[in-house]
Design a protein around this ligand. Structure first.
Ligand SMILES: C[S@@+](CC[C@H](N)C(=O)[O-])C[C@H]1O[C@@H](n2cnc3c(N)ncnc32)[C@H](O)[C@@H]1O
Length: 243
């Protein structure tokens, strides 16, 4: 028997401000039969859901538990279980949406879900609706251009420390570093050693309560950052156009 699968939509809800969700995302959220959001296994909280809630008119949202671990086997098992649950819904012919913070394919749980669903059921239609990333919103808030002229941009993660920054700095003009909060002390030290403290902007909680921009990284030395924090680092330009 062939299954008339519903469509899986990956929906980016933007990084915080509920007005930064796209019209297309809103249209899909109104029409789908089922809505999912990832939440930590420790609690039921989902920031993506918080951001989009006012557009949902009280609709029910099912949480898919996402373990906060780096253990590959635990993660794979959890995503297989979550994908099976999504497939159960899609197999009834209903369309389902999975809401994610920022953009669904930028350091996002939707990437894992999408790939697992594809592997388990290659015939399932999947549509991804892009969202405003955290660093696009941070650049807009701080008035720091991400790229100009012929400049290049690397997007790296600080989850394992400053290594990616050290690698990137010789290869690109500008760097965005996400997930900086846990290793901020080591990342700060590396930026200092590279002589880039004056070229780095730290944006926390863009679009959310407690939003901050720090142009002078020195003020953040020895400080704990909120989880939702990122850095935009622009190497000095030879033409001296950066201030
Ligand atoms: C798992 S990644 C999610 C990235 C997201 N999918 C995106 O498109 O930006 C989480 C990291 O994104 C960044 N982030 C997400 N939302 C943010 C916000 N509102 N303000 C500042 N940084 C944010 C932080 O660096 C955080 O550690």
């Amino acid at each position: 028997m062939t299954i008339a699968w519903g469509t899986l939509f990956g929906i980016g809800v933007g990084p915080g401000d509920p007005d930064l969700i796209t019209l297309k995302a809103l249209k899909v959220l109104k029409s789908v039969g089922h809505i999912f959001a990832a939440s930590s296994t420790k609690n039921e909280y989902s920031l993506a859901l918080d951001i989009v809630r006012r557009h949902l008119n009280g609709r029910n949202v099912e949480r898919l538990p996402f373990p906060m671990t780096k253990a590959a086997d635990v993660l794979t098992a959890a995503w297989e279980e979550n994908a099976q649950r999504v497939l159960e819904v899609l197999a009834t012919g209903k369309d389902a949406a999975f809401v994610t913070l920022g953009d669904p394919l930028t350091y996002s749980t939707f990437g894992y879900l999408m790939q697992t669903v594809k592997r388990l059921a290659p015939g399932v239609p999947i549509i991804t609706i892009p969202g405003v990333t955290s660093y696009n919103a941070a650049a807009a808030l701080s008035h720091v251009p991400l790229t100009e002229g012929e400049e290049s941009l690397y997007v790296v993660s600080g989850a394992l420390g400053p290594e990616k920054l050290k690698e990137a700095v010789n290869q690109t003009d500008n760097i965005v570093m996400l997930k900086v909060y846990r290793n901020f002390a080591a990342i700060y030290q590396t930026i200092e050693e590279l002589g880039l403290l004056d070229c780095a902007t730290c944006v926390s909680r863009v679009g959310l309560t407690g939003e901050t921009v720090a142009y002078n990284l020195r003020a953040l030395k020895d400080r704990d950052l909120p989880y939702l924090s990122l850095l935009i680092i622009k190497k000095p330009r030879k033409d001296g156009l950066h201030d």
